[in-house]
Design a protein around this ligand. Structure first.
Ligand SMILES: O=C(CO)COP(=O)(O)O
Length: 284
């Protein structure tokens, strides 16, 4: 397996995984099914050269009660787990909430913040999302900061809206403590839960804008922008290099589809010959 340019001996610049593939299971699976899923993903990850080499960063965000077991199972296979949400304080009289400190204690490495469903159903706004981003940094968790426009419009409109969401979260977080690496998940709200993702051209153009903006922000050199919203097998190969990877939902429920996506991501990095790819499995 050849190494990508940023991993070769003597390469300059930040050493960062070349692709990021995340899965949020939302509230789709119960305890036992989540465990079974994590075991299957771990088997795939353990056998996958690009995950083992660190060229693909793979994480799963399960329903919270499964987090300790998920972190253990995935951790033995070179993958990781995290939470789909955290509270902005670390401890105290906040009935029903779970803080980033506990998530980290449970083995979580990521904390998703600002998902469209949290914004829409639970009324989270930029202020709350900034506080939660700060809580993630403070507890050594990588925030998976979700941004995305409500309705389909132009690329410029999407970049403007999402840049504002990124800035709102990061500015507030940085006013509270040091920032660190962030994974920005660009998820157009109109493409979440839809039959199809946004078009590859649209995704690539919006993320090129967001990635360029992220590069200008202090402390974000290792940060990456990934795409979510009905993403599945067959998509990543069509996306421009600024798109660092995918944030998957329903179409990763079948572990075989996730394996296909990992192969496609590795192929895109030049780490796997196309002829070695198995036929793309159907969508879950
Ligand atoms: O919201 C998403 C990931 O967090 C995307 O979900 P779907 O891929 O199921 O649309």
């Amino acid at each position: 397996m050849s190494l990508p340019a940023n991993r070769r001996a003597g390469a300059t610049g930040p050493q960062r995984p070349s692709a990021v593939i995340g899965v949020s299971l939302k509230m789709y699976f119960g305890y036992e099914r989540t465990l079974e899923y994590c075991r299957e993903v771990a088997t795939i990850a353990f056998a996958h050269p690009a995950v083992q080499s660190g060229d693909i960063e793979l994480f799963v965000l399960p329903t919270l009660p499964v987090l300790p077991e998920a972190a253990r199972i995935l951790g033995t296979a070179g993958a990781a787990a995290g939470a789909q949400d955290i509270f902005w304080e670390d401890e105290g009289a906040f009935t029903g909430e779970v803080g980033g400190k506990t998530v980290a204690e449970l083995g979580g490495r990521y904390a998703e913040v600002g998902h469209a469903e949290r914004r829409r159903i639970f009324g989270e706004d930029d202020r709350v999302i900034g506080l939660k981003t700060a809580a993630a940094y403070r507890n050594g968790l990588t925030p998976v900061l979700c941004v995305g426009e409500l309705q389909q419009g132009s690329v410029e409109e999407a970049v403007t809206r999402c840049t504002a969401e990124i800035d709102a979260a990061l500015n507030r977080a940085q006013s509270l403590g040091p920032a660190a690496r962030t994974i920005v998940a660009y998820e157009p709200q109109w493409a979440i839960g839809a039959p199809e993702p946004a078009t590859p051209q649209y995704i690539s153009a919006v993320i090129a804008g967001l990635d360029a903006h992220l590069r200008t922000l202090p402390g974000q050199a290792d940060s990456r922008v990934i795409y979510g919203g009905s993403a599945g097998p067959g998509l990543i190969s069509q996306l421009d290099p600024a798109v660092a990877g995918l944030f998957l939902g329903r179409f990763a429920h079948d572990p075989r589809a996730l394996k296909t996506i990992l192969d496609e991501a590795a192929e895109r990095l030049g780490l796997l010959e196309p002829r070695l790819l198995e036929p793309v499995g159907g969508r879950a």
